[in-house]
Design a protein around this ligand. Sequence first.
Ligand code: PMP
Length: 405
Amino acid sequence: MAFDVNHIREQFPILKREVSGNPLVYLDNAATTQKPQAVIDAIVEFYTQCNSNVHRGAHQLSDEATRRYEEAREVVAAFINAPAKEEVIWTSGTTEGINIVAKGMAQQLQAGDEVLVTEMEHHANLVTWQQACKLSGATLKVVPIHDTGELNEQAFTELLSERTRILSMPHVSNALGTINPIQSLTAQAKAKGALVLIDGAQGVAHGDVDVQAIGCDFYAFSGHKLFGPTGIGVLWGRKEVLENWPVWLTGGEMIETVTYQDATWGALPNRLEAGTPNIAGAIGMAAAIKWFQALDVDAVKAHEQALLDYALELAKDIPGMRIVGNAPKKIGILSFVIEGAHPADIGFLLDRQGVAIRTGDHCAQPLMKRLGVPGTARASFSIYNTFEDVEALFKGLKKASMMLA
Ligand code: PMP
């Protein structure tokens, strides 16, 4: 199937708008992606046709809402090749998924146990484990990276031991774009008896995720980075592990029996999903996945790689520009600094030209410190970006660097 970027763009209404009198050039996709009409329609249709609460109604609307909500779970399960739909837990996003695992783990960890993370963590996967270690007395070990932004695999092997209770690391770095060799690292960690959580926030929208092939115990991701709505995400976990996982939130939906003195928990997935869920969000996320699955994944990857290659070529013409993170295996993320120019000023001047990027520490303060930069400017590409978008970025950067540097 030929990859037709114009056909894709037509499906994203927001791409037709202007910013500062210029056509919008949206290059902040690692923060959140735009939504195709199919997703917007699915949410509007839910609220206009069958809005109701799920699982407890004795009426048609509730039955319809429940059916769509549970079908959405099946869509997610098939998308990540989960063996069972009960292993798909709806969350508010990656952050909540990681917290479910870390808060549960904190009850089981003790002094002498170790938790392994990497130097390239998003705060969601660093602070959460740091706090779990503080609570439990376990030790947080941080796997170093090379200056290229690749994980130091030798150091990883050395840090891994029988004391490692869990490895929690990103599939793809949000600040640098590095794609980590999660399959082989997971195998090594499992061989030592550790659990493995993969932070999939940046992994899902750029290729095919197969949780069984990865071999991990948990995989967490967000709908909004996958062309779906905000406020919805998924924690996938292996049934044997999730079945006994300490409950996170308590309340309605997640119980089996309740007395004034005590309560027992229901079966998966409900035991980890207390309260009224984000029904429209789940339906919208499933619509996004279906929309994405209709595309040719290899063509999507090739398109994003071509955009990155073009950007790297044009970067050579900007005096003082340095790419931060140049791992050979990376997604379409261009993190950079320009000598003499503050990233925030670059972002501001680009915005005046309609080009949306992100600047700052990208929720990875220790990583910025490790790399010796106060922050970076980050352009991140997605399916609907064009070569003209890349040219607009560099036209803007030329102007900005003349004014600032
Ligand atoms: N991990 C990574 C690698 C991310 O990029 C993000 C989002 N920037 C998160 C975790 C947190 O995701 P969310 O804010 O959707 O919970």
